[in-house]
Design a protein around this ligand. Structure first.
Ligand code: SF4
Length: 69
């Protein structure tokens, strides 16, 4: 497990955007901890058509803080 900080996918509203309420994603938002080996989709409008897959410790300039982080 790793600490997840602002700017990283695990705390981004686009990480796993199609299933944001899943237990796993909610747990990341509340604990700011996640497995580096978890892979999920990025729903950012510029990335979704490419089916970009990222980890909680990834990041990009499209970061948008998840509402309940
Ligand atoms: S790649 Fe960028 S937009 Fe997508 S989840 Fe990560 S920080 Fe958010």
């Amino acid at each position: 497990m790793s600490a997840i900080n602002d700017g990283q996918c695990g705390l981004c509203s686009h990480f796993g955007e199609s299933h944001k309420s899943s237990d796993k994603l909610v747990a990341i938002l509340s604990s700011h901890q996640a497995s580096e080996t978890l892979i999920d989709e990025c729903g950012h409008p510029k990335h979704a058509p490419l089916h970009l897959m990222v980890t909680p410790v990834s990041g990009c300039d499209g970061f948008a803080p998840a509402a309940y982080a």
